[in-house]
Ligand binder design. Sequence first.
Ligand code: IVH
Length: 690
Amino acid sequence: MAPAERIQFLTDKLNYYSFQYYQNAVSEISDQEFDLLLKELEELERKYPDLKREDSPTHRVGGEITKEFPTVKHKYPMLSLSNTYNEEELREWDERIRKGLNGQPYEYICEIKFDGISLSISYENGVLKSGVTRGDGTQGDDITTNVKTLKSLPLSLGKSAGELSALGLNGDFEIRGEGFMPTKVFERINEELQAEGKQLLANPRNSAAGTFKMQDSSVVASRELDCYIYQFLSEEDIFKTHEESLLALRKAGFNVSDSWQKVSDIDEAIAYINHWSEKRHTLPCATDGIVIKLNNYAQREDLGFTAKSPRWAIAYKYKAESKSTLLKGVTYQVGRTGAVTPVAELEPVILSMTTVKRATLHNADEIERLGLSVGDYVFVEKAGEIIPKITGIDTSKRNEDLFKTRIEFVKKCPACDTELIRTEGEAAWYCPNEKGCPPQIKGRIEHFIQRKALDIDSLGEGKIEILIENGLIKDAADLYGLKFDDLLGLEKVHEDELTGKKRKVSFKEKTVDNIIKGIESSKQQPFAKVLFGMGIRFVGQTTAEKLTDYFKTIDALETASLEDLLNVPDVGEKVAQSILEYFKDDFNLNFLNKLKAAGLQFEAENTIKEMEGSALEGMILLYTGTFKNYSRSEIEEKIEANGGKLVSGVSKKLSYLIVGEAAGPSKIAKAEKLGVQMISEEEFEALLAY
Ligand code: IVH
């Protein structure tokens, strides 16, 4: 057989065997025979690379390296779903559907809400052409090489139009699905990491997200990711109902989870929710809720979309899982401001697929409020499935006094042994040794270089620590005196938090060059960012902006009276006092003078705010936590530039609470209590794009 023919033959044969194996669970040949044919194909493709087909099964093993994933625009925007955590709202939604459809009969399809990353996968002529991440809903990263490693995803569906129509599909369409790391794979990788004494992966969702964005597709292939398909999109109206599309996709070999169910009313949907509430943990993928979708496409069209999501679908999110575990001890962390935070050290427990070993206890009052002792069993849950917190003592377990020791809040700083102080009316204990306490020094410098402040990116990843240890810097202003030769050759081995992998940080020529450039260009950062970076207590990003808008120069701010300060919007007594005190202290003034001498910006530019759009018109928004694509000021600007109103606290009036990383648990808890809808950064972006 000529090479071209043999390549055709092997590609088709191997794709057929894969299809039988992954979709029909039939092994027509042994693994060895399969591998032998695959090897033969690989060799032929190596010799004749031009003959390699796009749907070659060798894509599954990866090997292609992508330097940077190109951004591509979605043909159909990737929207999000509105969420609810309670039955009552679900019934209200159903009522809106009933009214919207003017009494027509309707059915729902209930599906599991898989917790991975959403993927948009396009086929042309029945051949997989591209796999794209959701990105901001309008455009995403083209990660086709990695998507092709998903073994359950057909690379081609058959060559002829006849074959395709027998499957009930046309050749050109897009499917949407959730890419995920199967729980089993996640656990296996973690077992291996544990055996090697390395840090474990945090959770399957983040591991999947990280893996899908890896540059080396052979590593992606080794991680055995998978994907569930839940949506079909095409120019032609092939299907009348969602049910028909799911059946056809399944028949064509796509991995459609068997867990979906057609129901005829909301009561049956609620029964579905209850049925899966526990059972969902046995599925191969992490889940965070249920999606209820109107079955009939024409009815979907009648109902249309709200600003951010379809009216015809809703996600019901399961409440945070709560588990009881042993409180083994309490450790203390010292932050940049000297505040000492107690941290509960727990017997590891798995909560929503994540191993929880520690939980913040906020402050001494919280320990008191909970009445905790070391040796207690405590209930841990994840607020909004994000941050673990202790909600109370499990009195049903081992509570004999014999095993317990009351928690005495530390009296001295765990880092520098200075006696702690507590100001009247404040919850936190502070270490007053701001000049000499190492975590405070490091924290202040890290605060200074962060993106939201002076944005000296090149100094991240543990480099500050090295500079301090080598006696090169004592405060952030010292950065401006650093010379190329001071840095060249410094190094230290760090352990990666996520994987436990050892990583050597070394200051090679290029690194040092970037650092020096980064420090130099930070001199152009606007006054508000500099002021925020200085780290005055209670002066966050927004306050810094308000202050610079008001006073315009550092001199005016430095000499401002209490009365002047109180005139600034949003500045209250506490902030004003803190500012006055800051500028009274020689230590701070010395730091400020060094910054001035370095040439940083201490005058405000006049900025005119421009509107970008009106997508958020009439909405009242609040955010909590940090975001991948925005600093606090950037997200605030985005909200305002798109017509949204920003407020400072959770109330029933809120349209949405935007929840970022490390979100504030109290805001989340309050939003949950008031039934305020919470959205992720991606959902916020989809909202803007709409
Ligand atoms: S349908 C208009 N079905 O949830 C949006 N989404 O918040 C249609 N997801 O980005 C989405 N399982 O990544 C749908 N069975 C399912 C799902 C599902 C998980 C994710 C998806 C989407 C997010 C919506």
